[in-house]
Design a protein around this ligand. Structure first.
Ligand SMILES: [Zn+2]
Ligand SMILES: [Zn+2]
Length: 259
């Protein structure tokens, strides 16, 4: 089998200490690529370091909406420098989070748009984090229609909303919650979404899928997400992962997956 994890925080303190083991177990199981998004200034550096250390790891750089209030000019200066790095393939994770509201909403929106501007300038895809903010997220993405596309990471909205993001050219990435017993709307989204717009991820160390729910997540567990998506679509998981591989190649043309 062949696996790709389009969103894992290997630099998280729960994973970084055993990152070599985590990556080798993933490769041994057929792991071909991992995208490591950033969430703040230190995380950008850590993500780029990981991409340099491991062939199959690629980085995106950006400021998470939680920490939008910390996005000062020195952050943006450094982000622009890191966007020139060879294995930096996108901007993220960026977006809006109205569940926690760790940063004021107007600040979240401003920092989100500034990072969308950078993605547009550099013609890079974005990794979008949106929690309880789907309408405002959509309104901002809509302003960049035709200039920026990317991933709705750990997509958690309805199928109705998903159609709007698909119309803008975005990909839907599924994660652990689709495997949860009480999850009804996510299987519906995964069933209806076009195969050429589907991705899978873990969001490690968060959102651990069944049967490991409650434990620390790791890229190896992307297979449980993929299996669930394949099951609701009534297709073999190998065919689903072939489609994911093609989608990754289209969205991230400079990412080289392992053979
Ligand atoms: Zn996120
Ligand atoms: Zn994340």
């Amino acid at each position: 089998m062949m696996w790709i994890d389009t969103h894992a925080h290997l630099d998280d303190e729960r994973l970084i200490g055993q990152v070599e083991e985590i990556i080798s177990e993933f490769i041994e199981a057929g792991g071909k690529g991992i995208i490591n998004p950033s969430y703040d200034k230190d995380s950008m550096e850590a993500s780029v370091d990981l991409a340099k250390r491991f062939d199959l790891v690629y980085a995106t750089v950006g400021m998470h909406p939680h920490d939008a209030k910390d996005a000062d000019e020195s952050f943006f200066d450094r982000m622009k420098e890191l966007l020139e790095e060879e294995k930096v393939i996108g901007v993220g994770e960026i977006g809006l989070d109205y569940h926690y509201d760790h940063s004021p909403r107007d600040v979240q929106q401003e920092i989100f748009e500034r990072q969308m501007d950078l993605a547009a300038q550099k013609s890079l895809p974005v990794a979008i984090h949106s929690r309880e903010a789907h309408q405002d997220t959509y309104d901002i993405l809509k302003k960049y229609e035709g200039r920026v596309i990317g991933i709705m990471h750990s997509y958690s909205g309805s199928w109705e909303m998903a159609k709007n993001y698909l119309d803008l050219g975005y990909y839907l990435s599924f994660s652990g919650p689709i495997t949860f017993k009480n999850s009804r709307k996510l299987p519906e989204v995964a069933k209806n979404a076009p195969l050429d717009r589907i991705l899978v991820e873990t969001d490690s160390p968060y959102l651990t899928p069944v049967p490991f729910r409650g434990k620390t997540n790791r890229p190896l567990y992307v297979q449980y997400v993929a299996q669930k998506v394949a099951e609701v679509r009534d297709m073999p998981v190998s065919s689903l992962m072939e489609a994911v591989r093609e989608n990754v190649k289209v969205l991230f043309p400079t990412m080289t997956l392992l053979d």
